[in-house]
Design a protein. Structure first.
Length: 182
């Protein structure tokens, strides 16, 4: 828990898949920045394969907002061979242009991939449907992480079970819906 003028606060740094399922998260005090937690969140990713073998720890692509557009984060992703779609803030763009040729070329940016980063926001909205997560009354970090874990399990289980309202009018084939975890 962090202390600010508004009281005790905390942040959840979240990694989710394209279907808005939480894959890994870390909590930190509310006044802590987003960018320093980027590598720690990615290092915690483990996706089991079907059958034997090491769990997968490297995603195909990372989509992030402007808070994660630091040189350290981009270097980290480049070293690990992960494609990045992270918008560049205006101040970084102006600084690079002011340096001229020594500023380097702008990072690659794919607008269609950037539009798909709303999966994290949808995942947060799924979490906030649970009052214990939305209000964050828990004072201890391990209790709040336990609350996040239980809600993540419920989110994953709800996706495997169809609600009665979904079966009445739902078509048998939904085109365009991804069925695998990326």
């Amino acid at each position: 828990m962090g202390r600010s003028r508004g009281g005790l606060t905390s942040k959840v740094h979240l990694l989710s898949d394209d279907r808005a399922h939480p894959l890994h998260w870390l909590t930190s005090p509310g006044q802590r920045g987003d960018s320093p937690m980027f590598a720690a969140v990615l290092n915690g990713l483990r996706i089991q394969h079907r059958g034997p073998g090491r769990p997968r720890s490297r995603p195909d692509r990372v989509r992030g907002d402007k808070a994660y557009s630091s040189r350290n984060n981009r270097d980290y992703l480049r070293r690990r061979g992960i494609k990045a779609t992270i918008a560049q803030p205006d101040d970084q763009r102006v600084h690079r242009k002011r340096r001229g040729r020594s500023g380097g070329r702008p990072p690659a940016f794919d607008k269609t991939q950037y539009r798909r980063r709303n999966a994290v926001e949808r995942c947060v909205n799924k979490w906030k449907q649970f009052r214990a997560v939305a209000t964050r009354y828990d004072k201890r970090d391990y209790i709040f992480n336990g609350t996040l874990t239980v809600t993540a399990i419920v989110i994953w289980l709800r996706d495997t079970v169809q609600e009665p309202s979904e079966t009445a009018y739902a078509p048998t084939h939904r085109p365009g819906v991804a069925t695998g975890v990326r």
